[in-house]
Design a protein. Structure first.
Length: 90
């Protein structure tokens, strides 16, 4: 399964993104478990708003981080879909 750059990801219902003070890390809480995110992954999840496409997210992140590749963002979104954290339209 691949995620196209024009796919529009959104956080699934029942999923919560927060900062865990104990772990000192961003986490995603979902019915099947917890994902601990690095800073870049947390930024991607925060931008999965159901409005921006994967390509749009990559552009926003490229302004903030060096070396952001659209294919890397698409790969991360695909893994988030597989973990049932986000859904995509398109």
């Amino acid at each position: 399964m691949t995620t196209a750059l024009d796919a529009v990801p959104r956080i699934r219902r029942g999923v919560k993104c927060t900062f865990d003070q104990i772990r000192s890390a961003h986490v995603v809480l979902f019915p099947e478990g917890v994902l601990v995110l690095n800073e870049t992954a947390a930024s991607v999840v925060a931008l999965c708003d159901g409005v921006r496409s994967v390509g749009d997210i990559a552009v926003v992140l490229a302004d903030e981080y060096s070396g952001v590749e659209p294919s890397d963002v698409a790969s991360l979104v695909r893994r988030l879909v597989e973990r049932r954290v986000v859904d995509v339209d398109g």
